[in-house]
Unconditional design. Sequence first.
Length: 111
Amino acid sequence: MIDAIEPEAELFALAEQVDLAEKAFHDALARRNEAQIAYLREPSIMTRSAFEEAKTAEALALEILDTEVRRLANTNATTVIGLKLKASYASASASTEGKLADSIVEDILQL
């Protein structure tokens, strides 16, 4: 885990989880792209099945990423370092982007 000052330790731990979820999503997206290319090159039951499984894995990875970003958004930042950390993840997930931005504004107002 990243060394952090005590008040923001939870934020840094959550940010690390977002990083892992983001990597897993990008890996799943790459696998889905590879499976789709394989299916388009050689349509068969096997390549279609692999493509469908890859799409499911991608959707699950995106759901996990969204959950981790929401967890980060729901944790208050109490320092400028924490605010910067949260802001750096504002575009990590399109479906939760507004929630994270709102969370940052609320944190600023509470400082």
